[in-house]
Design a protein around this ligand. Sequence first.
Ligand code: ZN
Length: 311
Amino acid sequence: MSGNGIHHVTAIAGPARRNLDFFTRVLGLRLVKRTVNFDDPGSYHLYYGDETGTPGTILTFFPWEHAGPGRVGIGETMVTAFRVPERSIGYWSHRFLAKGVTHETITRRFGQTMLGFTDPDGMKLALVGERDAGDEAMWSGSEVPAESSIRGFHGVTLLLRDAEPTAAILTDVFGFAEDGREGSVVRYKVTGASFGDIVDIHVAGDFLRGRQGAGSVHHIAFRAADDDMQFAMMQRLADNHGIRTTEQRDRHYFRSIYFREPGGVLFEIATDIPGFAVDEPVASLGQSLKLPPQYEARRPEIEAALPDLGL
Ligand code: ZN
């Protein structure tokens, strides 16, 4: 079965305004959707991505003003990495210094340049230099120059007790294949995707379990082109791996099913359709608060309770 890699990554954040400032102003991503957490309409769900919110570029957050800090451990996503042009790594290193962003020294992994950094909540992120990052769609409405801007996800690193049970899902259901090993890390790659085509498994053996909180990744969503492909993946999970998913949930911009993979990470399968332009034009994505139909009647009350974003 072939897949198309990562659709989006969703994480937990502290104050919404600080989160928005970091991802749009410091990293130069576009706010492509401003909506509420469909399961908790008193808090935001913010989506960042490229100009149109192309699957594979979307990082989303549930910001809670008083979220306590998380702790990375077994069964969690350890690092979320973006692709940038190789030649821009120096630019980013200087930018992080200038903006006071906590970052690491530049390293190499699997032959690629990597610059690790953390967001204001301590979420572990990285920029990975791509030699052939060229003219993919990006967002040019920020102060980051086009030649240095983020080009979607590189991939994620999962911190797991062992690789095999999770690898079985990645390869059999999502179309990934092992692409190399370096130290404790096994790399899996899917072909046919421009973004988000890497899942690294960091094998840690016995180690503390993670604790979810601000800075933690809540789940990783993988792409399904449409409902038929999602259904086929769901059947494959059941038939070959004995894993039951949730019922399909309508997330308005995509349709989703969820399951806990054997290593403990929450996985989602999200459809590429209908996308973020379903309720506002591409030119004005993210500029106003969008509510799903079930909450529209409560708009005044919901708007009044949401924190100020400073926009
Ligand atoms: Zn999701």
